[in-house]
Design a binder for this molecule. Structure first.
Ligand SMILES: O=C(O)[C@H](O)[C@@H](O)[C@H](O)[C@H](O)COP(=O)(O)O
Length: 262
C-alpha cells in the first residue's frame, strides 16, 4: 500500500535545504514519540549534504534524542574508506562528526568500502543486506530491512535516485535489499545501492530536488513515468511520499496558481 505523493515547493535551493532540515528534525522528534529506535536513511548529492549541514547548524538539533537514531545510507560510491567523494565522508563532515558521541558509533551503518572482506560492490551490498536484516522491523513481518522512518533521496537530471539509474539492471532487482552497481553514468562507476524493494519499506520517502536541470525528471516522475525511464517514479513510501522542490525544479510542472512556493 503506498500513499499519494505530496509536493512542497520552496523559493530556492538554500531555503529548500534549510526547510528540509527543519522538517527532518521535527519528523525525527515526532517518530520518537511512537517508537525507539528510529531509522533514518541519508542520501548523497549536493542537496542531500546541504540538508545535513543545516541540521548540524539548527538549534532544533538538540530536540532529537540521537542516542535513539540509527543512520543508514541509500547508496554509496564504492571508494576507499575516507575518500572525499564517499557519501559517508561527506555526511560525517556535514553532520555526523558534530553529533559526536550523541549518536552511538554502533548506530552508524555505512556501506562497506573496498576491502579484503568486501572486494566488490556485490560483496559490500551483501554485507549491507545482512546488517539491514539484523535490524529488520516490524518483528516477524518477514521484512529484511528496518521500517525506515524517513528515507531521503536526491534525484539526478536523468531521474535516478540512490544509485538506481534509467535502464540499469539494478532497477528490477527483486528479493534483495541491496545491489552492487557497475557502469554508473554518474561517477564513480562502481556503487552500492538499496533496491526499490528496500526503499519502499520506508514509512516516509522524501525526494529532494533543486535546479532547472531536474525539472523534466520531476515532471516525468510525478506523472508516474515507467521506473525504467524515470527511476524516481518508483520512490514510494508506505505512509507518505514527499517531493521537496525549489521553484526552478518545477519548471515543467503545471502547478495550480494557488500553490505558491512555501
Ligand atoms: O551518490 C550519489 O550521487 C547520490 O546518492 C545521488 O543519488 C544523488 O542524490 C543525486 O545524483 C542528486 O545529486 P545532486 O543533488 O548533487 O544533483
Amino acid at each position: 500500500m503506498t500513499a499519494p505523493r505530496d509536493v512542497v515547493v520552496h523559493p530556492d535551493a538554500e531555503v529548500l535545504a534549510a526547510a528540509t532540515a527543519a522538517r527532518l528534525l521535527t519528523a525525527l522528534v515526532d517518530a520518537q514519540c511512537h517508537r525507539s529506535p528510529v531509522h533514518l536513511v541519508l542520501t548523497g548529492g549536493t542537496v542531500g549534504i546541504k540538508v545535513l549541514e543545516h541540521v548540524a547548524q539548527s538549534p532544533v538539533r538538540a530536540a532529537v534524542d540521537w542516542s535513539g537514531v540509527h543512520v543508514w545510507w541509500g547508496d554509496e560510491r564504492f571508494l576507499p574508506d575516507g575518500h572525499a567523494d564517499r557519501n559517508e565522508t561527506q555526511a560525517r563532515a556535514a553532520l555526523l562528526d558534530a553529533l559526536g558521541d550523541e549518536l552511538p558509533a554502533a548506530h552508524l551503518h555505512p556501506m562497506a568500502p573496498p576491502s579484503e572482506a568486501t572486494p566488490t560492490p556485490e560483496a559490500s551490498a551483501a554485507a549491507y543486506a545482512a546488517e539491514l536484516a539484523a535490524f529488520a522491523t516490524p518483528e516477524g513481518s518477514g521484512s529484511s530491512v528496518p521500517a525506515f522512518d524517513v528515507l531521503l533521496l536526491g534525484m539526478g537530471p536523468d531521474g535516478h535516485v540512490a544509485s538506481l539509474f534509467p535502464g540499469h539492471p539494478a532497477l528490477t532487482v527483486a528479493d534483495a535489499s541491496t545491489v552492487g552497481v557497475h557502469g554508473s553514468p554518474k561517477p564513480p562507476p562502481e556503487r552500492v545501492s538499496l533496491t526499490f524493494e528496500a526503499i519502499r519499506r520506508a514509512r516516509e520517502v522524501w525526494v529532494v530536488a533543486a535546479g532547472a536541470e531536474k525539472a523534466a525528471a520531476v515532471a516525468s516522475a510525478l506523472a508516474s513515468a515507467p521506473v525504467e525511464v524515470t527511476p524516481a517514479a518508483g520512490a514510494l513510501g508506505t505512509t507518505r511520499t514527499l517531493w521537496l522542490l525549489d521553484v526552478a525544479a518545477t519548471g515543467a510542472l503545471d502547478l495550480p496558481e494557488s500553490a505558491p512556493p512555501a
